[in-house]
Design a protein around this ligand. Structure first.
Ligand SMILES: [Zn+2]
Length: 183
């Protein structure tokens, strides 16, 4: 493993730890050349996944990218990093076992939104609002109406959604992300 700071091939493993659920091995590494420390993760990958974007371009699936998108959507929500990591692993595993070597960005988006919708409504709305790339507030309101029927109990829905909507409109951290940057 090359050092990410100075590109020297001379790095050493200082410590290896298997995750509690055995899903990955975390290694602390040390660069002999520049003294930097960094961490690598070893995970099972059943096969390479290629993602077909909405514009037709095909790119390799990047776990980190999806992880960061979901992390952003879950920002300040009561969802641990460990949980998010498991969500991404679950999506990745489902993509690997679909049989196709190539998946559409739509499939990844659907999987992510399916999980988020049952996990946290605010995270779901944030993710979906970028994924669907609403042009107008009206489109966004239509979407809110739709999930109101799908996801929420009528009694509490109005209050929760009004809060969520305010959060989304105020959340400048997540809003500039473009759909194609999500995963
Ligand atoms: Zn180095």
């Amino acid at each position: 493993m090359r050092c990410p700071f100075c590109a020297s091939p001379d790095t050493q493993v200082k410590d290896s730890r298997v995750a509690e659920d055995g899903s990955y091995i975390k290694r602390r590494r040390f660069c002999v050349e520049c003294g930097s420390r960094f961490t690598t993760f070893e995970r099972v990958q059943l096969k390479d996944i290629m993602v077909k974007k909405s514009n037709g371009v095909v790119v390799p699936f990047e776990r980190e990218k999806l992880l960061n998108s979901i992390k952003l959507a879950c920002k300040k929500r009561p969802i641990s990093d460990e949980r998010i990591d498991k969500i991404v692993s679950s999506i990745q595993r489902q993509l690997e076992t679909t049989g196709e070597g190539e998946v559409s960005s739509r499939e990844i988006g659907s999987l992510a939104m399916e999980i988020l919708s049952s996990l946290d409504i605010v995270a779901y709305i944030r993710f979906a609002s970028v994924y669907y790339n609403f042009d107008t507030k009206e489109d966004f309101s239509k979407f809110i109406e739709k999930i109101k029927k799908e996801v929420l109990d009528e009694k509490e829905s109005d209050e929760v959604l009004t809060k969520s909507y305010d959060k989304c409109s105020l959340d400048t951290d997540f809003s500039p992300t473009k759909k194609d940057e999500l995963f």
